[in-house]
Write a new protein. Structure first.
Lengths: 202, 201
């Protein structure tokens, strides 16, 4: 929680920040359009995140910053297992996140290494006084270990149930392999095989 | 247009306005909330506490609670059925050179203090919390960018809701207000509803 001095307002810094943010907001891991972009040591991670009840447009203000774009779901990951001090969100965390939309499958390229998911977040607003985003957090704490021969793996559908305060009341990992793999083969054809490798607790 | 229709219109509007002003509030669907914020440093100068409505279906609305500067008491009446949470409180200190203020941001999403789910009319106690600044050495970047300081908020266990409510009733609620008798009865019966119980997971 933060204390703000009312007499502080550095409009120049904030404006500059938002402008730069807009330019470099597309750094998160995003969908791969073709499997031809996969290099030898790459693996395509396939999954889905559901927020239930879904996020409504009246709940957030449309804005794009270095700390994320409002309305999108970010799943922050690392290739290393390490203790985290706090739920910090900045350029680094956004760059190391899967950016996805509620209820839509994601198809994201990674190096074939273990992937640890620490926490998720949704940017809901931007506070011009603090120069920081206002976030709803999503619990995580999962890992996936791709095998060396894997080219595409399905990690599961993460379903977050929330209340009106945006407290997460339930987290479920649902196996939707059949429907998602149908979507996968329609999108990429049969050149690579989708394997099921559901997320595990860290 | 002659004078008569204008006069009739005027009488009509005056009647409507007067009837609105004198219609007693229907408290059967409204609630009163109260609570307290203390400072660990004893320098409380509470200006206001801002609340928002929390709904999955409607856009948030906001309210400013009334506050007692030194005691840190706050209260808000006529809240409709629904869910609410405090999202910030502010302090303002007055000196010879004018005033200086700060505001303190609370979680807008997820768990947090001062949340309530009002499903029946009544008087709701939001709790007493004590805040204290987190010690932090400021870096050059912090100073240049004006990085906000952080604070913690801890629930006070030996709180006294009766004392808060008695003070509000005695000093801030008019005897003509429909809330007067309700709060008086609530104090007598110690029947305030703990807001925390309404939002338990």
């Amino acid at each position: 929680m933060q204390k703000i001095q009312l007499n502080y307002k550095n409009i120049f810094v904030i404006t500059l920040f938002i402008l730069i943010s807009g330019l470099i907001s597309c750094v998160s891991s995003q969908n791969v359009s073709s499997v031809s972009s996969l290099r030898e040591n790459d693996v395509l991670l396939v999954g889905k995140v559901i927020i239930d009840p879904p996020l409504q447009s009246h709940e957030y203000r449309n804005i794009i910053t270095i700390q994320g774009s409002t309305g999108y779901i970010y799943l922050h990951y690392s290739n290393q297992l390490k203790p985290i001090k706090d739920l910090e969100i900045g350029f680094k965390q956004v760059a190391n996140s899967i950016k996805t939309e509620n209820g839509k499958s994601f198809f994201v390229k990674f190096n074939n290494q273990p992937l640890y998911f620490y926490y998720g977040f949704i940017m809901m607003d931007f506070n011009t006084d603090t120069g920081e985003g206002v976030y709803a957090y999503l619990p995580a704490g999962w890992v996936v270990y791709p095998q060396s021969k894997d080219k595409a793996i399905y990690i599961g559908t993460i379903k977050y149930t929330r209340d009106e305060f945006f407290r997460i009341t339930k987290v479920e990992l649902i196996d939707e392999f059949d429907s998602v793999s149908k979507e996968f083969y329609e999108k990429y054809g049969n050149t690579i095989k989708l394997k099921k490798s559901l997320l595990k607790a860290m | 247009m002659g004078k008569k229709p204008i006069l009739l219109l005027l009488v009509f509007f005056l009647t409507v306005c007067l009837s609105c002003a004198t219609t007693p509030k229907d408290l059967s669907q409204l609630a009163f909330i109260f609570g307290r914020i203390e400072s660990a440093d004893g320098d409380m100068a509470l200006e206001t506490v801002d609340f928002i409505s929390c709904s999955l279906h409607e856009k948030s609305e906001s309210w400013e609670a009334y506050a007692h500067r030194q005691k840190g008491y706050f209260w808000l009446n006529d809240l409709k059925m629904g869910s609410y949470r405090a999202v910030r409180f502010s302090q303002r200190n007055w000196g010879l050179g004018g005033s200086s203020g700060s505001y303190y941001l609370l979680n807008k999403y997820g768990p947090g203090p001062f949340m309530v789910r009002i499903q029946k009319p009544g008087v709701y106690y939001m709790g007493t919390y004590k805040y204290g600044m987190n010690p932090k050495k400021l870096s050059v970047a912090d100073v240049l960018l004006g990085t906000p300081a952080t604070f913690s908020l801890v629930k006070v266990e030996n709180d006294n809701p009766q004392e808060i409510l008695e003070w509000i009733l005695k000093n801030k609620i008019s005897k003509k207000s429909p809330w007067y008798s309700i709060i008086e009865k609530t104090i007598k019966e110690r029947s305030w509803i703990n807001a925390e119980d309404t939002v338990k997971l």
